[in-house]
Design a protein around this ligand. Sequence first.
Ligand code: GDP
Ligand code: CA
Length: 333
Amino acid sequence: MGAYARLPRMRITALAGGVGGARFLRGLRDHLDADPSLAEAELTVIGNTGDDINLFGLRVCPDLDTLLYTLGEGVHEGQGWGRADEGHLVQAELAAYGAEPQWFALGDKDFGTHIVRSQWLGQGLSLSEVTARLAERWGLPRQRVTLLPMSDSPVETHVVVEDDEGQRAVHFQEWWVRMQAAVPAQRFVAVGMDRATAAPGVLDAIRRADVVLLPPSNPVVSIGIILGVPGVRDALRGSSAPVVGVSPLIGGMPVRGHADACLAAIGVESTASAVAGLYEDFLDGWLVSTEDAASVRLPRAAVHGRPLLMSSRAAAADIAGAALALALELKAA
Ligand code: GDP
Ligand code: CA
């Protein structure tokens, strides 16, 4: 508590993918709100845009939308993405015309987001500007949350696979959603990254943070992609703020999704230690699941074991609180 008192307007910066990141960050907001000495904290979220895709002429940003809907109390709780009380009339109409793709679920309310985003992008607004407008509707400024896309330049994760049709690169969503990651990935290519720059505010949010958190997001295709944005990794290395991460693996297995298949593609073992190894040049603290704690030894980072299943909103808040406490402990040391 002493450390908290010295940082009444603490600046927390987090890198995040979709569902794992969003549940953790909503938990963090809940944790901050429950403590009057923390309620003034400001949270800046740098969201992965490597999953973005053009569908039916619309720009779809799945991870940013999951963050908006979750932090804005509009998410489908069971799924963890998409809107609550959603319908699929538009998608059924598109299918009736034989319009492709039909494997990517887009609900009617969700379509509203993609339409307005595409309209604003078409009017010349940057993705950051569009995201700020969307965040307004979802009440993020009121919660002192700023959501930044990692980059305003389009970056798309593609996956090199080999199957009966030979070797080819497919969009990340086609591999993840249509193929269910069952065809082994040979490698990931972040198309457009060589020309990308960090979106306005991203590098400053890392440099000026009091605490940097890595939620339990996919280490390869969520966090890994953000780390590939020019300047992000250097900013983390140079930051004086403690960087604390939460393992997305419990007992070596992803809680949901195909993080193990992503790790295999880049030749990294599916263990909490190996994931920490991807961040070793800037990681100061690593929260792992109780059952993994004994097997994790990191030369430069403090390791804490605790239950890491976000089985409820309250459980997510406890996990986020533990990550923040570890960061503040490291800051005080
Ligand atoms: P996506 O973009 O929707 O795939 O979401 P993220 O990249 O933010 O998060 C995906 C990761 O979150 C996966 O690797 C999961 O293992 C991890 N994850 C999901 N739920 C939990 C949980 O309850 N606890 C932990 N520790 N990790 C989780
Ligand atoms: Ca994602």
